[in-house]
Design a protein around this ligand. Structure first.
Ligand SMILES: [Zn+2]
Length: 688
C-alpha cells in the first residue's frame, strides 16, 4: 500500500469470562498500543478500536455454574477488563462491548445483507444434542477427540492443541460438557457461509498478495488451512445467549459468536465516530485506509479466513492489510491457563506494582512471542528492570538531570565547539526515529524496544566516556558542551520512549519541562530539529524514573505461583476407582454408628496417633485413630463422629483399639471427619 491516509487498528476482543493476563498483553495489547501511539506521534489519522466479546457458550456455562445470568458475568468482567486497560495505559479511542445495542444492530444488519445477497447456504443437518440437558451442543458444550491431532480434549469448534477449527460433529467420541453424556444427533436448520467458495479469493489475496509482508507463522497457518480445503461453516447456533438470527426461521437461534465478534470492530468504530462527530465509513471502506488486526495465534483462522470472507461477501468493506498475530507466551515454562490460575493477572499486577506499568510493558515487549512461543519469568522481569530500565535508562537520565541542576541550576548550558564524538553522537540520535520506526512498521516491536534502549545506552556511554564530573574541574566550557549534548539525548528519549514506556515518557517530559518549550517535539522532529532542548531552558529537579526490584518482591510472586501449582496438583490427584461390587448382605455386616468423642490424648512417641474415648451409644470404648497430624486432642473432644463399631479389635502401640472412626482425606492431604456437609468433603472421596 502507498502511504495510507488513515489507520484502523483493532485488537482481539477479550472474552468476558475472566480478567486480562500477561499472555493477552504480550500477544495483542502491548504491541497494538505501541503501534497506535507511534502512529499518532508521527501525525497519522488513527482509530484504535477494542471491546469485550460477551457472547458465546463459555459465558453461559460460567453463568450456570455460578447461578447468575450471563449478563451478570459479562457486566462484571467487562468493567474489570476496561478499567485494567485504562490503568495500564492502553490508549483505545473506543472500547465497546458486544452486548451494546449498536453492535446487535450492526451485526444483525450485516447478517441480513449477506442473507439478502444469497451468500449463505441454509441447511438442515444433524447436530449433536444432549437429551438430558435438552439442548444442542455446539462449540464449548461438547468435548471430544480432535480428528486432526488426536487431542482428547478438543472443543466442538476448535482444538486448542493444534489450532484446527472444525464442526462439533467432526469430533471423535464426543461428550456433552453439561452432563457428560454421549450426545445423539438431531436435525436443526442453520445458516452456513460456504468458505469453499472463497478459496480462490483467499489464495490470490493472501497466498500471492501477502507472501512477503505477512509474518511467516501467520502465512504458514493460513496456507495449511487453504491447502487442506475449506468447507462451509455454520454461522448460527441453537442457543439463547447472543444476537438473535434476524431472519425468518431464525427463532431460538443466535449468530455464532465468531460471526458477531469481529463485526464488533465495526460497531465499536461506529460508536466512536458518533461520539466524536466523525464519519465511520472511511475507516472501514476507503481504499486508502490501512486496517490492521492485532491478535494471538489462536485467532488466525477467524481473522484471516472467516472474517475476510464475510467482508468480501458483504462487498463494501476493505480487507486487513496485515494480521501480525503473535505466538503464545508461557509463564515460568508452563502454558498460561485461566482455569489452572497459572497466570499473572493484570488487575493483580497493577495493585501489587503500583506506578510500574512501564516495567511490565517493557518486560513483555522484550520477550514478546513474535516469532515463536516465548517464556515470561519473574527473574527476567526483575533483570529487565534492574539491569536495563534502572541501570541504563534511569541511570542516564538521573545523571543528566542531577548534574544540570548541580552545575547550572537546572538551566540548559550554551554549547561551544562540538568535537567529533559530539557530532557523531548527535547524528546517531537523529537516526533513531527512523531506526525504531522501521522496526515498528514491520511489526517487530521487540526489536524496536531494544533500539530505544540502545539510544539510552548511547547516552550512558557518552556521559561515561566524556566524564563531565572530571572535566568540570579544568574545563568549564567543554563541560557545558557535554551537558548540552547529553540533554539532547535525554530529550530525544522523552519523545521516542512514549510508545513503549508511556508513563516514563510523561514523567521525563515533566522533569525536562517540555511543556515550557515553544512546541512539543514530534517523532519526526527528533530527526530534523537542530535543538531538541535549547540553551537557557530551565529543567526541573531529578526524580527517579525506575526503582530497583528486590529479590523478596520476586520471591513473593514465585511463591504465589508455587501455591497455584500445589493446588493444581491436588485437584488433579485421581479419584480412587470404585472397588468390586459387594452384596447387600456384605454391606449389612458393617455396623456403623454415630458417636461422640469424650476424651482424647496424644499417644506418646507417635506422630500420628490419638487415643480417644468414644461414646458409641452402645458403650464407651477406646479407639486409636491416626489423625494426630490433622487434629490436636483439644480439637476433637466433643466432636460427633461416625464409627465402625464391629471392626475386630487390634492393638496399636500396645493399646487395644475397639473400632474405627470414619475419615476421608482431601486432595491436599488433610483429614476430615466424614460429614458430607463439610465443605472440604468433595464427591468421590473414599470413606475409610
Ligand atoms: Zn487438534
Amino acid at each position: 500500500m502507498n502511504t495510507p491516509k488513515r489507520y484502523t487498528i483493532t485488537t482481539a476482543l477479550p472474552y468476558t469470562n475472566g480478567p486480562i493476563h500477561i499472555g493477552h498483553l504480550a500477544g495483542v495489547y502491548v504491541p497494538a498500543d505501541i503501534y497506535a501511539r507511534y502512529l499518532r506521534l508521527t501525525g497519522n489519522d488513527v482509530v484504535f478500536i477494542g471491546g469485550s466479546d460477551e457472547h458465546g457458550v463459555p459465558i453461559t456455562i460460567k453463568a450456570k455454574n455460578e447461578g447468575v445470568s450471563p449478563q451478570d458475568i459479562v457486566d462484571k468482567y467487562h468493567a474489570i477488563i476496561k478499567k485494567s486497560f485504562e490503568d495500564f495505559g492502553i490508549t483505545y479511542d473506543n472500547y465497546s462491548r458486544t452486548t451494546a445495542p449498536i453492535h446487535h444492530e450492526t451485526a444483525s444488519e450485516f447478517f441480513k445483507t449477506l442473507n439478502n445477497k444469497g451468500k449463505f447456504i441454509e441447511e438442515t443437518s444433524e447436530q449433536l444434542y444432549d437429551e438430558e440437558a435438552n439442548q444442542f451442543l455446539a462449540d464449548r458444550f461438547v468435548v471430544g477427540t480432535c480428528p486432526k491431532c488426536g487431542n482428547e480434549e478438543s472443543y466442538g469448534d476448535q482444538c486448542e492443541n493444534c489450532g484446527t477449527s472444525h464442526n462439533a460433529t467432526d469430533l471423535i467420541n464426543p461428550k456433552s460438557a453439561i452432563t457428560g453424556n454421549t450426545p445423539t444427533l438431531k436435525e436443526t436448520k442453520h445458516w452456513f457461509l460456504p468458505l469453499n467458495d472463497y478459496e480462490d479469493f483467499l489464495k490470490e489475496w493472501i497466498l500471492e498478495g501477502h507472501k512477503k509482508d505477512w509474518k511467516p507463522n501467520v502465512y504458514g497457518q493460513v496456507k495449511s488451512w487453504i491447502d487442506d480445503g475449506l468447507r462451509p461453516r455454520a454461522v448460527t447456533r441453537d442457543l439463547d445467549w447472543g444476537i438473535p438470527v434476524p431472519v425468518e426461521g431464525g427463532e431460538g437461534k443466535v449468530l455464532y459468536v465468531w460471526f458477531d465478534a469481529p463485526i464488533g470492530y465495526i460497531s465499536s468504530t461506529k460508536e466512536w465516530a458518533a461520539r466524536e462527530g466523525k464519519d465511520w465509513e472511511p475507516y472501514w471502506k476507503a481504499k486508502d485506509t490501512k486496517l490492521v488486526h492485532f491478535i494471538g495465534k489462536d485467532n488466525i483462522v477467524f481473522h484471516c479466513i472467516i472474517f475476510p470472507a464475510m467482508l468480501k461477501a458483504e462487498g463494501s468493506y476493505i480487507l486487513p492489510d496485515n494480521v501480525p498475530a503473535n505466538e503464545f507466551l508461557n509463564l515460568e515454562g508452563n502454558k498460561l491457563s485461566t482455569s489452572k490460575n497459572w497466570a499473572v493477572w493484570l488487575p493483580e499486577y497493577l495493585e501489587e506494582f503500583p506506578g510500574q506499568q512501564d516495567v511490565l510493558r517493557y518486560a513483555l515487549n522484550a520477550n514478546a512471542p513474535e516469532t515463536k512461543d516465548n517464556d515470561f519469568t519473574w527473574k527476567d522481569f526483575q533483570a529487565r528492570n534492574n539491569n536495563e530500565l534502572v541501570a541504563i535508562f534511569g541511570n542516564f537520565i538521573n545523571r543528566v538531570v542531577v548534574l544540570t541542576n548541580k552545575y547550572y541550576n537546572g538551566i540548559v548550558p550554551e554549547p561551544s565547539n562540538f568535537n567529533d564524538v559530539d557530532q557523531e553522537t548527535l547524528a546517531a540520535v537523529r537516526a533513531y526515529p527512523d531506526v525504531i520506526a522501521s522496526s515498528i512498521e514491520r511489526y517487530r516491536f521487540r526489536e524496536a524496544g531494544q533500539e530505544l534502549m540502545n539510544l539510552a545506552r548511547l547516552g550512558n556511554k557518552y556521559l561515561a566516556d566524556a566524564e563531565p564530573w572530571k572535566v568540570i574541574k579544568e574545563d568549564e566550557v567543554r563541560t557545558k558542551t557535554i551537558m548540552y549534548v547529553a540533554l539532547q539525548i535525554a530529550s530525544a528519549l522523552a519523545t521516542l520512549s512514549e510508545p513503549f514506556l508511556p508513563f516514563t515518557s510523561e514523567k521525563l517530559k515533566k522533569i525536562l519541562c517540555h511543556s515550557a518549550l515553544d512546541a512539543e517535539t514530534t517523532w519526526n522532529e527528533v530527526k530534523t530539529k537542530e535543538t531538541l532542548i535549547p540553551a537557557g531552558h530551565n529543567i526541573g529537579k531529578a526524580e527517579l524514573l525506575f526503582s530497583k526490584i528486590e529479590d523478596e518482591t520476586i520471591q513473593k510472586q514465585l511463591d504465589k505461583l508455587e501455591a497455584s501449582k500445589k493446588a493444581n496438583e491436588a485437584a488433579n490427584k485421581a479419584i480412587e476407582p470404585q472397588k468390586d461390587t459387594i452384596s447387600f448382605e456384605d454391606f449389612t455386616k458393617l455396623d456403623i454408628r454415630v458417636g461422640t468423642i469424650l476424651e482424647a490424648e496424644k499417644m506418646p512417641k507417635t506422630k500420628k496417633l490419638l487415643k480417644l474415648k468414644v461414646d458409641t451409644g452402645i458403650d464407651t470404648r477406646t479407639i486409636v485413630s491416626g489423625i494426630a497430624e490433622s487434629f490436636s486432642a483439644e480439637d476433637v473432644i466433643g466432636k460427633r463422629v461416625t464409627v465402625l463399631v464391629n471392626l475386630a479389635p487390634r492393638a496399636l502401640r500396645g493399646v487395644e483399639s475397639q473400632g474405627m472412626i470414619l475419615m476421608t482425606e482431601t486432595p491436599e492431604g488433610k483429614l476430615v471427619f466424614v460429614n458430607p456437609d463439610d465443605t472440604a468433603v468433595g464427591n468421590g472421596l473414599q470413606v475409610s
